[in-house]
Design a protein around this ligand. Sequence first.
Ligand SMILES: *[C@@H]1O[C@H](CO)[C@@H](O)[C@H](O)[C@H]1NC(C)=O
Ligand SMILES: *[C@@H]1O[C@H](CO)[C@@H](O)[C@H](O)[C@H]1NC(C)=O
Ligand SMILES: *[C@@H]1O[C@H](CO)[C@@H](O)[C@H](O)[C@H]1NC(C)=O
Ligand SMILES: *[C@@H]1O[C@H](CO)[C@@H](O)[C@H](O)[C@H]1NC(C)=O
Ligand SMILES: *[C@@H]1O[C@H](CO)[C@@H](O)[C@H](O)[C@H]1NC(C)=O
Ligand SMILES: [Zn+2]
Length: 576
Amino acid sequence: MSKLWLIISASLALLLSFASVPLLNNNLTGFFNAFSIDKLGADLIVYNGTIYTSDDSLLYAESMAIRYGRIIRVGNYSSIKDLAGPGCRELNLKGKIVVPGFIDSHVHLIFGGLQMARVELREVKTKDQFVNKVKEAVKNMKQGSWLLGGGWNNDFWGGELPMASWIDDITPHNPVWLSRMDGHMGLANTYALKVAGIFNYTNEPEGGVIVKSNDNEPTGLLIDSAMKLILSCIPEVSVEERREALLRASNLALMRGVTTVVDMGRYFPGLAAETSWEDYSDVYTWADSFGKMLIRVCLFFPMETWARLHEHLNEAGPNISEKIYFGGLKAFADGSLGSNSALFHEPYVGEPDNFGLEVADMKGLHSMIVSADKAGLQVTVHAIGDKANSLLLDMYASVVSRNGIRDRRFRIEHAQHLAPGTASRFGEQAVVASVQPDHMLDDADSAIKKIGFERAEKGSYLFQSLLAGGATLAFGSDWPVADINPLRSMRTAIKRTPPGWEHPWAPSECMNLDDALKAHTIWAAYSCFLDKDIGSLSPGKLADFVVVTADSWEDFTTEGSVSVEATYVGGNRAFP
Ligand SMILES: *[C@@H]1O[C@H](CO)[C@@H](O)[C@H](O)[C@H]1NC(C)=O
Ligand SMILES: *[C@@H]1O[C@H](CO)[C@@H](O)[C@H](O)[C@H]1NC(C)=O
Ligand SMILES: *[C@@H]1O[C@H](CO)[C@@H](O)[C@H](O)[C@H]1NC(C)=O
Ligand SMILES: *[C@@H]1O[C@H](CO)[C@@H](O)[C@H](O)[C@H]1NC(C)=O
Ligand SMILES: *[C@@H]1O[C@H](CO)[C@@H](O)[C@H](O)[C@H]1NC(C)=O
Ligand SMILES: [Zn+2]
């Protein structure tokens, strides 16, 4: 009895002692903010620089105060300095620029980390280099073990596709599988074709192509779901290798200022849905429980496993820890431009019968989206060609009319080529365009070749049109398809000038810096339902930020003149 009374009176005293702080009209938010700020103090104060917050209510500030990994106040140094608590650290920016930690809205994190340790063909510019890289890599390998790698881009050497015969002589004792940079095509050597049982008359799986020569012999190239013929023969990567891949990939992300990634998991249609779930249970939860989650991840899972995600969310909520979030579901509607499998209304130039591939059974996809959406899950679908995008927008509209209006944040991954009039539909239908600016560096020349100048110019990477139509843009890299590098990706969106070009590609689609920054921060956070926790440097949010070497905002648009100096996750320096 007396104890209870003590507690009550103590609470009353506490309440009264705060009557002087801005405790307006029983506003509890105000009360608790005042409590945490004034009584506990900050443990890190960042000052003497320019902080770009991505928060329109205070877009620039010179200082911010952080406690327990969250921002407690942003503003002038005079309004921040008194918040310092005992043992408070200070970070003097000395005039430098700080931006919110970048969010990469589309990566394949563990696959990317694995590729980092394999044959890396991304920089290969000629057939000879290609062959030499493979020769070098196979040298020290045991006979019979798989040589894996990829990242090649045949557009760099004029478009000729590689063939098994390029490398058969130098790889007589090892099966080889080298995926194209877009992940929608790969090259097997003849040894690997044999292992997989791919011969002259092997049937093509639905949604895939076994490329064959004129006399009906497989050349070694497999497109989209035909790749699974080979992939199912490659021995599984061990759990240890996948864990190392996560650490390698996370360190690369931090080096580039990325503090959160959206991991789209499965890298192409046809790969077992199970892999994404195994990455969650064997790799991410392992890393989390041993303090090895260096960045935050938002996980997307294959669409057909929607019921499983639903179950997990019911049990644990979206918020597995401060570092791991459950996002939503991902499916594929088409292939890629690089592999001539993106789905268009008009055929590819020089291939009058090829309109691309519908890699999903659209009816089945529709019914899965209806169910997943009804269960309250977020849905995104890969669509590159203009027809795939139109079909998907129709499908989303039909799901909304069935399940009713709600804050569902449907997304389309890539939204790369759009038919006339389609860009504005994203805004009208509140569909997020999750786009990868750096793809245009690799793609511009080949897009013009493949779909013709007119279609490419008017319909590709329509960032400004999407924005003008009211769409939310979320930037990403699709790493390892393109390098993980937000500073470069923002510059690409602003400049739109592929290598060797003198003028921007469709100059009216060039973005401004402010929008580009938001697309890699707050809009990206919104696009995966994490905008309450990250995406801007606002009071209450996690203190994820990047110190960049820029002397001015101009530097952001000049190649090579700005880099990441330090990356902070939850108020702690994570790089260097
Ligand atoms: C309560 O206070 C917070 C912080 O001062 C403010 O952002 C919020 O708008 C207030 N809410 C109401 C209902 O007054
Ligand atoms: C912050 O500083 C700027 C310039 O130094 C000044 O114009 C502004 O009034 C200050 N704001 C506050 C809230 O003190
Ligand atoms: C703030 O940074 C400038 C460099 O921009 C430096 O000259 C100055 O000494 C710094 N001020 C403080 C208080 O450290
Ligand atoms: C496949 O076709 C090629 C060319 O016609 C022929 O040389 C080869 O023997 C055939 N292979 C098999 C396994 O039938
Ligand atoms: C997730 O959980 C952590 C800790 O449990 C919490 O700090 C954070 O605010 C939560 N985030 C969301 C989006 O609920
Ligand atoms: Zn992808």
